[in-house]
Design a binder for this molecule. Structure first.
Ligand code: NDP
Ligand code: 8X3
Length: 249
């Protein structure tokens, strides 16, 4: 049994990953901003879940987090850096600078802050696993993807760079890079709560779902300690990387 900390456990992938890992016999520190959602996970899954509200953009709270965990929950074996968001799909020249800042603060600064807070104890114990939720958006650009896609390119490359530093330790690092995934709050958040626009993203498709991502994370966690999967790129069968854009007159 491992103790796992999942960021963004209040919805989507994070909630599914929490349920999956508890089902596999692990304990999960479920974090996110919406405490009622964390309490609901505890109500559903019991004492294998610790509700620990955390805003990953609150640098002071993130730095204090390891010492603020209750006795018996301080040795985090596995970190799932899942909290993240996309805001808007306007072209770069129309996009909101505030939205760009929020994506950078959450997807990049938040992720590296949580990692930096938990990594020293993992290195000290010579035991640990960091699983980062990146995206196909980090490999394949699309119109309106700009800062979101670039933030995920950071996540993928940060994962690979962490691996370089951690060679010689027993600590594993993986980047999980899904494409189109439906059934989460992701598109609703991206379009500011416009549910019609959000639903349109998945119209006529059979997208991946949060349980598919949780299954992948569960598989990574189940592998023996000498196996490090660097990257997992996953798409629904109905999706493929697009052709390069050509403007014809
Ligand atoms: P959801 O919007 O359903 O969930 C996002 C989670 O992130 C929520 O639990 C939210 O919790 C949390 N979160 C957002 N901001 C913060 C913050 N400042 N501090 C702490 N937690 C925060 O999205 P998904 O489950 O679909 O996505 C999860 C991850 O996977 C994201 O990193 C996303 O970029 C990535 N991804 C998503 C894909 C998709 O198509 N859905 C595809 C590829 C990658 P709360 O609001 O309570 O804080
Ligand atoms: C989410 C997938 O294609 O909407 O990371 O950017 S996509």
């Amino acid at each position: 049994m491992s103790t796992v900390l999942v960021t963004g456990a209040t919805a989507g992938f994070g909630a599914a990953i929490t349920k999956r890992l508890v089902g596999d016999g692990h304990r999960v520190i479920a974090t996110g901003r919406r405490k009622d959602r964390l309490d609901a996970l505890v109500a559903e899954l019991g004492s294998a879940v610790l509700a620990f509200p955390l805003d990953v953009t609150d640098a002071a709270a993130v730095a204090a987090m390891p010492g603020s965990l209750p006795e018996g929950w301080r040795e985090v074996d596995i970190l799932v850096n899942n909290a993240g968001l996309a805001l808007g799909l306007d072209p770069a020249w129309k996009a909101s600078l505030a939205d760009w800042d929020t994506m950078v603060a959450t997807n990049i600064t938040g992720l590296i802050g949580v990692t930096r807070a938990l990594l020293p104890a993992m290195v000290e114990r010579n035991r640990g696993f960091i699983i980062n939720l990146s995206s196909t958006a980090g490999s394949y650009p699309y119109p309106g993807g700009h800062v979101y896609g670039s933030s995920k390119a950071f996540v993928t490359h940060f994962t690979l760079n962490l691996k370089s530093d951690l060679v010689g330790t027993n600590i594993r690092v993986s980047s999980v890079e899904p494409g189109l995934v439906g059934g989460t709050e992701f598109s609703s958040v991206r379009f500011g709560g416009d549910s019609d626009k959000a639903a349109g993203v998945y119209k006529g498709t059979v997208p991946l779902n949060a349980e598919d991502i949780a299954e992948t994370v569960g598989w990574l966690v189940s592998l023996p300690e000498h196996v490090n999967i660097n990257r997992v790129e996953m798409m629904p069968t109905c999706q493929a990387p697009g052709p390069l854009a050509v403007k014809r007159t």
